[in-house]
Design a protein around this ligand. Structure first.
Ligand SMILES: [Zn+2]
Length: 167
């Protein structure tokens, strides 16, 4: 395979291979770069992928994606910095039935059916989209240079506070 980002996931995991690389948002799928939250489509994300086998003998891919990607604040529409560092384990299954059965007994499981060829870009894209805050906002619009930026997904208390102040 000439494209390094195309892997045979089962072989990759069984041989405990590893891969790392970087993408600009603009090199990823349209569903990423066209996302309204991104302020800079040339922002770069880094990824690492490590294959292995867990205690149950299941093959897995450990994915890490990090980046510093400006988002558009959904209150003042100005850019705001957003750093993320997401890791996740994707367990590989031979067929849908095996995957479904494992998902039923483990709520936290992230799994996929191992196809012959997997484009690592797709994994990275999914991870980025999952890392995005529900609604990115400065904690203090107009004073963003000195204020702390809310980088986390909104917690219930923050939402409550927002409701109170808008009355
Ligand atoms: Zn703002």
């Amino acid at each position: 395979m000439s494209d390094l980002n195309l892997i045979d996931p089962a072989a990759f995991a069984a041989e405990k291979q590893s891969l790392q690389g970087r993408f600009l948002l603009s090199q990823l799928d349209e569903r990423v770069w066209s996302h309204e939250y991104f302020a800079d489509k040339q922002a770069e994300v880094l990824f690492t992928l490590q294959g292995g086998q867990d205690r149950l003998g299941r093959l897995f891919l450990d994915l890490g994606v990090t980046g510093s990607v400006p988002l558009v604040c959904q209150r003042c529409m100005q850019p705001m910095p957003f750093d993320f560092n997401e890791t996740g384990r994707i367990v590989l299954f031979g067929d849908e039935a095996g995957l479904d059965e494992a998902m039923l007994s483990d709520d936290d499981l992230e799994g996929m059916v191992a196809e012959e060829t997997l484009d690592v870009r797709t994994l990275v894209e999914d991870q980025i989209l999952m890392a995005l805050p529900f609604s990115p906002r400065h904690e203090n619009c107009g004073n963003a240079a000195v204020g702390e930026v809310n980088r986390d997904k909104p917690n219930p208390f923050a939402v409550l506070a927002g409701l109170k102040s808008s009355r």
